[in-house]
Design a protein. Structure first.
Length: 271
């Protein structure tokens, strides 16, 4: 690896598995120490298997295998003050903060007329308020340090649309707008703010009842099934593909890039 992040510290949410774990490992490979949090437990209404403390422990093992340190705690991105405490304890251990990766998020497939207020609320609370909380507790430390990089995880649904997920699409469009707004105000402090927009990614989000939930939702309008056709033959990314993009945006290689919305979706097209 290139050591592009040597001596830096990254705060990553949703780090127990999937994309969050891949980000933690990739940034450690580039030289960063990691402050990691994950709920590591169930969220009501989510149809796929929840992460666990065992998953979070595996992330710790993988980061330490890269000869870098990790401060990890179980935490909920919906809890602003809880997040603040976790981050401050991590900074007390490592002495600084340079990178924020607001990765935690959930997805609950549902037809528009079967989406409940509870589905909408938990999606917005986790995906939008959770990302806002992450930036709000972390950005003051970047301002004090004289700069840094913030990466928010949106989705192809944040630039295009994901059928049968009005609530999810709304939440990911909110992340796109949040990225632009934070980039505008934090630019004077030499802080870059960008979003990544994955398409299909091979992660545990596809486990449990996720496939059956998607199938049920799509049966209401089969014509929308052709949406999201990728240009590349392998249309499903691995978590490390997204982590490579995050590492780039976190590094000085991207020092002139801010308010950008980077698609990593094999060119998937939508109506």
């Amino acid at each position: 690896m290139t050591g592009r992040l040597e001596g830096k510290v990254a705060f990553i949410t949703g780090a127990a598995r999937g994309q969050g774990r891949a980000h933690a490992v990739r940034l450690a490979q580039e030289g960063a120490n990691i402050i990691a949090i994950d709920l590591a437990g169930p969220i009501p209404l989510v149809p796929y298997d929840s992460s666990s403390m065992e998953d979070l422990a595996e992330t710790v093992r993988l980061v330490e295998a890269e000869d870098h340190r990790i401060h990890f705690e179980q935490g909920d991105v919906r809890d602003l003050e809880g997040m603040r405490g976790i981050l401050e304890r991590g900074i007390a251990e490592f002495g600084r903060l340079d990178i924020i990766v607001a990765n935690a998020g959930i997805c609950i497939p549902a037809r528009w007329n079967e989406t409940t207020p509870e589905m909408f609320q938990v999606t917005m609370d986790t995906n939008v308020t959770g990302a806002w909380n992450t930036v709000m507790v972390g950005a003051p430390h970047l301002v004090a340090a004289g700069g840094g990089s913030i990466i928010l995880t949106s989705s192809y649904a944040g630039k295009k649309v994901q059928p049968f997920m009005v609530h999810y699409t709304a939440s990911k469009h909110a992340i796109t707008g949040m990225t632009r707004s934070f980039a505008a105000e934090l630019g004077k402090d030499n802080i870059r703010v960008n979003s990544v927009h994955p398409g299909a990614v091979n992660t545990p989000m596809g486990s449990g009842d996720m496939v059956s939930a998607l199938t049920h939702a799509s049966e209401s309008n089969p014509a929308l099934g052709v949406m999201g056709t990728p240009f590349l033959p392998d249309g499903t990314a691995e978590a490390k593909d997204i982590a490579n993009a995050v590492a780039f945006l976190a590094s000085d290689d991207a020092r002139m890039i801010t308010s950008e919305h980077l698609s990593i979706d094999a060119g998937a097209q939508y109506f």
